[in-house]
Design a protein around this ligand. Structure first.
Ligand code: PLP
Length: 476
């Protein structure tokens, strides 16, 4: 494709995206296709002849759009807010357009240095001190893995430089709450700790936040039995209920045992753009690493996860590599981000943050987050005063955990009822919720924070929820 052909097709694509976004509310939230239906509308053989751009867009519309669950729909309340803000999308387009590939500082000095600037701007915007240095990774899962690799090497006196964990006499152990995201556990076993050395610590029954006394007990028991506690992953804003693990208390317990503390604030990091929310990660300056995802509630287009460490030298010692075809640098002072993570090549992700901050502006982003916090409180209040309904967890952020509990329905029957009415809501196409287990029972999570979700949309969602839960699950 020549630049001239690109110009024409690119304008048409931007028009198409703008149209798609402005009509999102007219689509069903949840895709109605069944398994295999999208695959089936594609030819089984790859094309041998090019087609024109108009035809490609028509095929995109016919083949792909019906297979989308629309996370930008105002009735989308599943998983977590996954806004793909248009200002940041322009930055993503610019990133591809510039064709830069960050394999070293020299390969594109701007790519490295804009990333440094954006990480530092974002640090300031969430109120972290100057002791933090950051990088942008794809996801919070990767950040947890990086954190546990650093923790492993610190606790094993850099065993990777010799026999690795296999040379260690005492097994290393990792601790996280029973409600942390599964990526924390996955990071532990990917980093070689072994599932047997992962402790899922119990929580405070009212808040579902990690109980630091239980953490201290688990650590003491492991030490008494000859193991070496290496790391805690604390979650600020758990996926299930946005519980806030008590960072300060965790740091005290872990610090006394020389352990690494990583804070996973994948969702809640966005709230730290609001000074009034920063109590939620009180004690954060005492941890070793932090990650949060602008690609969630803040609305940066996926993927964009910020990973901060207090000791970049340790990270570079663990992740650094040398190769003759990638010389060390023009000067020792430059950052070689390939030595801060797993992949060699990196995208120019910083541009989408810059574009979002520049074009949307912080005040508008903050206003949207505040609106969502108010809307979550509004919904919680509605549910609390409605007979037969129960709010199951505190609502510090934008997620409301709810159950409809008809009289006489308990145990497995209650679970079946919950799953059925949530499924009916999703089938309606008007709203989309994801169920989850809290304690041993199923409940519905109403995750608020779509860019276009106003209180009026929540009123509509709440009406559909009540209709589906109380009148034969027949909404359509
Ligand atoms: N941590 C928390 C608390 C999350 O809520 C999620 C996603 O739901 C993740 C980690 C995983 O996010 P990512 O897709 O960025 O790995």
């Amino acid at each position: 494709m020549t630049p001239e052909e690109f110009r024409k097709a690119g304008h048409a694509l931007i028009d198409w995206i703008a149209e798609f976004r402005s009509q999102l509310a007219d689509h069903p939230v949840q895709s109605r296709v069944g398994p295999g239906e999208v695959r089936a509308v594609f030819p089984s053989q790859p094309p041998t002849e090019p087609i024109d751009f108009e035809q490609l867009i028509a095929e995109l519309e016919q083949r792909v759009v019906p297979g989308l669950t629309n996370m930008g729909h105002p009735g989308f309340h599943g998983f977590f807010p996954a806004n793909a803000g248009l200002a940041s999308l322009l930055g993503d387009l610019a990133s591809g357009g510039l064709g830069a590939l960050g394999i070293s500082w020299q390969a594109s000095p701007a790519l490295t240095e804009v990333e440094e600037v954006m990480c530092d701007w974002m640090r300031q915007l969430v109120g972290l001190s100057e002791q933090w240095r950051g990088t942008i990774v794809d996801t919070a899962s990767t950040a947890s893995l990086l954190a546990l690799l650093c923790a492993r090497e610190k606790a094993s006196d850099y065993s990777f430089e010799a026999g690795g964990l296999q040379g260690m006499a005492a097994p290393l152990t990792v601790y996280t709450s029973q409600y942390s995201h599964f990526s924390a556990g996955k990071a532990a076993w990917l980093a070689g700790y072994g599932k047997a050395n992962l402790r899922l610590v119990g929580v405070e029954p009212q808040t579902f936040a990690l109980d630091p006394e239980l953490l201290a007990e688990a650590i003491s028991q492991d030490i008494a039995e000859g193991r070496r506690p290496a790391a805690v992953i604390a979650t600020v804003g758990t996926t299930t209920s946005t519980a806030l693990d008590p960072v300060r208390a965790i740091v005290e317990v872990a610090g006394a045992n020389g352990m690494w503390v990583h804070v996973d604030a994948a969702l809640a990091g966005s709230a730290m753009l609001l000074p009034e929310c920063r109590w939620m990660w009180d004690g954060i300056e005492g941890v070793d690493s932090i990650s949060w995802n602008p690609h969630k509630w803040m609305g940066t287009v996926f993927d964009c996860s910020l990973f901060y460490v207090r000791d970049p030298e340790l990270l570079v010692r663990v992740m650094g590599t040398q190769s003759s075809y990638l010389p060390g640098g023009a000067a020792e002072s430059v950052t070689q981000y390939r030595n801060w993570g797993i992949p060699l090549g990196r995208r120019f992700r910083a541009l989408k943050l810059w574009f979002q901050l520049a074009l949307d502006g912080l005040p508008a982003i903050q206003a949207r987050l505040r609106r969502d916090l108010v809307n979550a409180q509004w919904l919680r209040d509605q549910i609390q005063v409605t007979p037969g309904w129960r709010v199951l967890a505190p609502v510090p952020l934008q997620t409301v955990c709810v159950r409809h509990e008809p009289e006489g329905l308990t145990g497995a029957e209650l679970d079946a009822h919950t799953l059925a009415w949530v499924e009916a809501v999703n089938r309606s196409g008007k709203a989309f919720l994801t169920p989850a287990q809290l304690g041993s029972r199923w409940m519905a999570r109403v995750s608020i924070g779509g860019e276009s979700t106003e209180q009026s949309h929540l009123e509509a969602t709440w009406a559909v929820m009540q209709q589906c839960a109380t009148s034969g699950l027949g909404a359509s």
